[in-house]
Ligand binder design. Sequence first.
Ligand SMILES: Cc1cc2nc3c(=O)[nH]c(=O)nc-3n(C[C@H](O)[C@H](O)[C@H](O)COP(=O)(O)OP(=O)(O)OC[C@H]3O[C@@H](n4cnc5c(N)ncnc54)[C@H](O)[C@@H]3O)c2cc1C
Length: 456
Amino acid sequence: MNTFDVVVIGSGPGGYVAAIRAAQLGLKVACIDKRKELGGTCLNIGCIPSKTLLHVSELYWKMIHESEQYGLKSGPCSYSFKDMMNRKQKVITSFNEGIAALFQKNKITFLPGIAKLISPMVVQVAGEQIGAKNIILATGSEPTGLPFLPFDEKKIVSSTGALTLSKVPERLLVVGAGVIGVELGSVYSRLGSKVEFVEFLDHICPILDESISKELQKILTKQGMTFHLSSKVTGADISSNEIALRMGQEQLKGDVVLIAIGRKPYTQNLGLESVGIVPTSKGTIPIDHRFRTSVPTIYAIGDIVDGPMLAHKASEEGVAVAEIIAGQNPIVNYLAIPNVIYTYPEVAAVGLTEAEAVALGMSVKTGMFPFKINSRAKCTGEEEGFVKIVSDSISNVILGIHIIGAHASELIAEGALAIQNRLTTLQLAHTPHAHPTLSETLKEAALSVHHRAIYR
Ligand SMILES: Cc1cc2nc3c(=O)[nH]c(=O)nc-3n(C[C@H](O)[C@H](O)[C@H](O)COP(=O)(O)OP(=O)(O)OC[C@H]3O[C@@H](n4cnc5c(N)ncnc54)[C@H](O)[C@@H]3O)c2cc1C
């Protein structure tokens, strides 16, 4: 039997990063995935295809709705959905090949097939058994469905189906106004669909600071999307040409329904029972602070363990678990993990919201700075949104940074650096920022905590 120091099950951003880091540390590594393409959910049916479509649909939307305000004139503007989808696939394929090249460079053995745990040190794949001194489970997650609306991935779609539709639907109903819902809803709204959201809560994107969530809803509504909040889908009537969602007495009709109510850990057919690992009631795999499951040779990371379901969280854990197996003592700082929503404008946050900090009994001071008085935002015409900083009122340590505005996904890196290093608002404020840049909004928000903003 071929035996490896580390066998990683799952080649998503948790698994492939763990495999590469373990190989860098001199370990003999195999990585198994039931897809023949590497990269997991993130690359094949998640982050990368969605961001590719978000970008191109944003360009189209701006050409239609904003070009005149810049003094740009062009002929009638249209798009080929098929070409957009083809480009998306090309982007995916180039990264599939890129990860394969990294595996080759690091001498990692890739084994395609469904992996099953046979014992604490043996894994079965494609009818063969391989030995493993250590096993890392990184099998990710899958979309949660509604029992009365089973996915057919054509008319009743999960995010996976929404990323591979053959045409733009005239009417798209989105159940769930969370991150994935508002991103994919934005794509189709920009391409011409009438998009309506049904959300159980009284606000959208519940992970966000309340002020940001309200602002995002206001902006998306202005862009033409409709939100039915505090509404629950209780049933559906499906006919050959439309789907009617029942919400109590009310009905909403659409051509395609996207169910985006969340994701759940994926551990089907993994053979957890043969090694005695018992998932929690949420389906996550219990681990200790060193990612070790109840079986000492088996570790778990990424979407199948607790914490935010984010690619970079999975990757941080991937690096850490490889280093732990190699005898090191890394730490993942969960407070410094940013989250981003790639709407237009973007939303990004890191650390605690004001409400979370207050609930923890902290005394907080906040600072805010709007994009509309930032010089770069004026130049580019991207004036919507603001930056909010939450800090400890005594030590001035930054507790959270929340941004809604253009390029927030890039700006938040400075916030993550600040939280990771426990920087204070004054340290951020006293750091020179280039002019004119959007990043000056962070400096000014930090100054505004101390009532010292220059431009406000
Ligand atoms: C539409 C969408 C958009 C997203 N956008 C973002 C974003 O912008 N930023 C972000 O940070 N996150 C985003 N995410 C979330 C991100 O994709 C996940 O958090 C991330 O992929 C989790 O990584 P992972 O390595 O834990 O698992 P995954 O990426 O899910 O990979 C798990 C892999 O394990 C394989 N597998 C499962 N069981 C077995 C088995 N028994 N044998 C062999 N192989 C198996 C699967 O085939 C899969 O390839 C998005 C998700 C979706 C759905």
